[in-house]
Design a binder for this molecule. Structure first.
Ligand code: PLP
Length: 382
């Protein structure tokens, strides 16, 4: 059964705010925002305890508790990805990136900036990189030491088979990075089962916290060997971990309020029934959105078998009156924010299914879209 948010015991977002159908930052509960109304010392025992609690809850969201640790890193999700790329690969290392969207491309850009020896396996944005190609690439190039992939490529909403890749990476005994930014908290993730060495996500996606930090779930035996590999001071993952382990403190000013909100968000995730229940709520949002949009005459960009339930890309309809800017503005006036597209080859916009949203919000969005189409004089169905 899918629970509506009203029965989850946490207040809805404040009504003056728009409803965000984006991939994040997302609507958060009132209690999550209220958790920020504190002033804590960054080196005081109370805050140190909050950080310890958050780190342990994060590790507890997957399996393999004893082998993994959670490291919080100031900055948005990109900072977390860059922390991993720039502090885990030694000078003589070589990185393989599987790319099928903008976030894979972003990793490639980072690797270039840090002058990391990198190769990429690129497929089109509507296609999952084939595990067989990964196997061939690892077979052909024994110099590759690290493999990176995005779980849910938020560019389109496609879900990449991280478990299959993980099995191949394990077979070749390489180090495996997964950018699970937009899926962590919504898809059950089995760190050990997927052979993940470093998983990256952030505070403002499916955990439903506010923006301000990223976190890395790292397998400790590998992490221990990376001392001194960092190519920057502030994003040094090993040093950040060492500091947190030594005295529970951050090296540099932590986003205290964001972490307080995040702890509340983790408590609410647990209350909802954990990742499985949250995933079911999001999936229901997705199914309602897809059915509603198809009924209005819109077409989804991805084939259903590749499509996840985080975010969906829809083609611009080929109607002479359709103009995305107008469509977006009219929806915004009604209190709904959708998301522009990010595709290189097709004109699409996106609708997110995550955050403090349930079926009632999706139904309201669908009626708003119907009335905006009417106002724009667009009829897509017979
Ligand atoms: C959101 C996101 C990021 C990080 O984006 P920031 O804007 O830096 O938070 C990275 N990868 C994926 C797949 C994402 O969805």
């Amino acid at each position: 059964m899918i629970l509506g948010l009203d029965v989850l015991g946490s207040n809805p977002p404040l009504s003056r705010d728009k409803t965000l159908f984006t991939p994040g930052p997302l609507n958060t509960s009132a209690a999550t925002k209220q958790a920020m109304l504190r002033d804590l010392g960054s080196r005081d025992a109370e805050f140190i305890e909050v950080v310890r609690d958050v780190r342990s809850r994060l590790v507890g969201l997957g399996d393999g508790h004893e082998e993994y640790t959670a490291i919080l890193m100031q900055g948005s999700g990109t900072f977390g990805v860059e922390a991993v790329l720039s502090s885990v690969i030694p000078q003589e290392g070589k990185l393989l990136i599987l790319i099928n969207g903008a976030y894979g491309e972003r990793m490639l850009k980072m690797a270039d900036i840090h002058r990391i020896n990198t190769v990429s396996l690129r497929t089109t944005e509507d296609t999952v990189p084939s595990p067989q190609l990964l196997r061939e690439a690892l077979q052909a190039d024994p110099q590759i030491t690290h493999v990176a992939v995005v779980h849910c490529e938020t560019t389109t909403g496609i879900i990449n088979p991280i478990k299959e890749y993980g099995e191949i990476v394990r077979e070749f005994d390489r180090i495996y990075f997964v950018d699970a930014m937009s899926s962590f908290g919504a898809y059950p993730l089995d760190y050990r089962g997927c052979n993940i060495d470093y998983l990256i996500s952030s505070s403002n996606k499916c955990i439903e916290g506010v923006p301000g930090f990223s976190f890395i779930i790292a397998k400790m035996d590998g992490l221990r060997k990376t001392k001194g590999f960092a190519r920057t001071l502030s994003l040094d993952l090993y040093a950040q971990w060492e500091g947190l382990e030594r005295d529970g403190q951050f090296r540099f000013t932590p986003p205290i309020h964001v972490i307080l909100a995040f702890r509340q968000a983790l408590i609410e995730l647990e209350k909802e029934g954990g990742v499985t229940a949250r995933g079911a709520r999001y999936k229901h949002n997705y199914e309602l959105t897809l059915a509603g949009m198809q009924a209005l005459g819109f077409k989804a960009y991805l084939k259903p078998e590749n499509q996840g339930y985080i975010i969906t890309s829809f083609y611009y309809p080929s109607h002479p009156n359709f103009d995305f800017r107008t469509f977006y503005e009219l929806l915004s006036e009604k209190g709904f924010l959708i998301y522009p597209g990010k595709l290189s080859h097709a004109d699409c916009f996106r609708i997110g299914h995550v955050g403090r949203l349930d079926a009632s919000n999706v139904k309201s969005l669908m009626s708003a879209i119907a009335s905006v189409l009417k106002k724009m004089n667009i009829k897509l169905t017979e």
